[in-house]
Design a protein around this ligand. Structure first.
Ligand SMILES: C[S@@+](CC[C@H](N)C(=O)[O-])C[C@H]1O[C@@H](n2cnc3c(N)ncnc32)[C@H](O)[C@@H]1O
Length: 256
């Protein structure tokens, strides 16, 4: 029987990059990998698997290519309107623990930080923002954005939270310091605990159903008793009770 070149590459990727592609939808991943192999002169999946063993820098680049990083500030503004309403219902007494899971270039975390600062003062919240892709995390940490990433940020917020530098916008330190950016793989690393709010948006699109279930169960355990999980349209949860969640409002879930 012929060997399955995708499975061989999947194993090389797991060994070299620690990324477990068996938890992502094969069709989309295979299509992307074949395109990458061709465009970068590796020919086919075998060639790419061999190169992974030899070319160190290829690893980070490939991981970045495989994960989709499209993001912007206040992406899907309706979500942020709903979020603003619900943040008001969270306890006022303690510092909130907030997690942007799959934060990409950090736009979601900084948008959250602005909203929390305006609603309750950021001294009373800390945001953990995590992603599997280190290149995105580098950009998030730098906090420097182009005008097009900021098209939903109004003039007042631009003035208040950013410094303009050579045609780009850098997040001010007084917003930046409430966010910790960290490498974290949702499919293998332990989850933080007692989270008051978790945002999980536009991340699970290529996860298999099993992987999505595993992640949602993890979030259910990671939530504080009154905590809320907010998901994106691509993370629809059809049977929340099966993953230990209950729906509170469209796109918002609490521990069952
Ligand atoms: C399209 S971005 C979404 C960014 C942001 N949440 C938003 O809605 O704008 C998806 C992010 O999920 C990350 N991602 C994919 N698989 C992941 C995993 N197993 N663990 C953590 N992050 C992952 C990707 O690296 C990418 O940065």
């Amino acid at each position: 029987m012929a060997t399955d070149d995708y499975l061989v590459l999947q194993q090389a990727i797991r060994q070299r990059l620690g990324l477990d592609l068996s938890q992502y939808k094969r069709e989309q991943m295979e299509r992307r990998l074949r395109a990458y192999a061709q465009q970068h002169g590796y020919g086919n999946l075998d060639g790419l698997a061999r190169a992974l063993g030899q070319e160190r820098p290829l690893g980070g680049e490939l991981l970045s290519y495989l994960t989709i990083h499209v993001s912007e500030f206040f992406r899907d503004p309706d979500f942020f309107t709903r979020l603003r309403e619900l943040v008001a219902t969270l306890p006022q007494t303690e510092a909130l623990k907030v997690w942007s899971a799959g934060c990409s270039i950090g736009a979601e975390a900084y948008s959250l930080a602005m909203l929390l600062l305006e609603e309750r003062g950021l001294g009373r919240a800390h945001i953990l923002a995590t992603d599997i892709d280190d290149k995105s995390l580098e950009r998030a940490n730098a906090g420097v954005y182009r005008e097009e990433d900021l098209k939903r940020v109004d003039h007042g917020r631009l003035q208040r939270y950013f410094v303009q530098e050579s045609g780009q916008f850098r997040v001010r330190e007084d917003l930046r310091r409430f966010i910790t950016f960290r490498h974290h793989d949702l499919l293998r690393d332990p989850y933080p605990e007692q989270q008051d709010l978790i945002l999980f948006r536009n991340v699970a699109i290529y996860f298999t159903e099993e992987a999505k279930t595993q992640v949602l169960q993890g979030f259910s355990r990671a939530l504080a008793p009154h905590g809320l999980l907010m998901v994106g349209a691509t993370e629809a949860i059809l049977r929340p009770q099966e993953v230990g969640l209950r729906q509170v409002r469209p796109f918002f879930f609490a521990r069952a």
